[in-house]
Design a protein around this ligand. Structure first.
Ligand code: GAR
Length: 201
């Protein structure tokens, strides 16, 4: 049995969830795996600076550069690095069935709502919180789930509810859902899945 599994985190933006994973690794919440690689599809993602500061290797792979070979390139890098678990942490691309089947039960994603509400294609980032506020739900939250060929449709691993308050805007709600739910359940789910993979080795 290896000591720790290798985790890759895929990002597109600010990377606060990546930061939560780095902090969880440092505090020992994540102990069955370590973040070996960060991949961003956006060269300007602040997440890349977080990776650099933490001494984690990163790669930028853009659709602009790779076009139809975008996913192929990501898969090649993940295989070369012998990655065991892929964490989508604010990664704003939908992965094809070919990709998700190649890494079956090896990809997890954090989504900023209580799935099956406000999820699937077109629901990402602030749009999710706008939709929750427009609908008028009183409780929202976050979900960590396995990734399969259906956007946000894979098996749920963890969820956490967050109350909506009077006067919430998409921005205030996004911040509270991150603080109260995403940054807690993503590291925990990451450890649960890492431990399972480690035990299978
Ligand atoms: C997070 O709220 C994440 O749940 C969401 O984007 C934000 C990224 O923030 N992801 C999606 O909407 C995916 N469908 P971060 O870059 O600061 O982690």
């Amino acid at each position: 049995m290896s000591e720790k599994i290798k985790i890759a985190v895929l990002v597109s933006g600010g990377g606060t969830n990546l930061q939560a994973l780095i902090d969880a690794q440092n505090s020992g919440v994540i102990k069955s795996g370590y973040i070996a690689l960060v991949i961003s599809n956006n060269p300007d993602a602040y997440a890349l600076q977080r990776a650099e500061k933490a001494g984690i290797k990163s790669k930028v792979i853009t659709k602009k550069e790779y076009a139809e070979l975008f996913e192929e390139k990501i898969m090649k890098v993940l295989k070369e690095e012998k990655i065991d678990l892929i964490v989508l942490a604010g990664f704003m691309c939908i992965l094809s069935e070919n990709f998700t089947k190649t890494f079956d039960k090896r990809i997890i994603n954090v989504h900023p709502s209580l799935i099956p509400s406000f999820c699937g294609e077109g629901y990402y980032g602030l749009k999710v919180h706008e939709a929750a506020l427009n609908y008028g739900v009183k409780v929202t939250g976050a979900t960590v789930h396995f990734v399969n060929e259906i956007p946000d449709g894979g098996e749920i691993i963890l969820q956490k509810a967050v109350d909506i308050k009077d006067g919430d805007t998409p921005q205030t709600l996004q911040k509270r859902v991150m603080e109260e739910a995403e940054w807690k359940i993503l590291p925990r789910a990451c450890e649960i899945v890492s431990e399972n993979i480690l035990n299978q080795k």
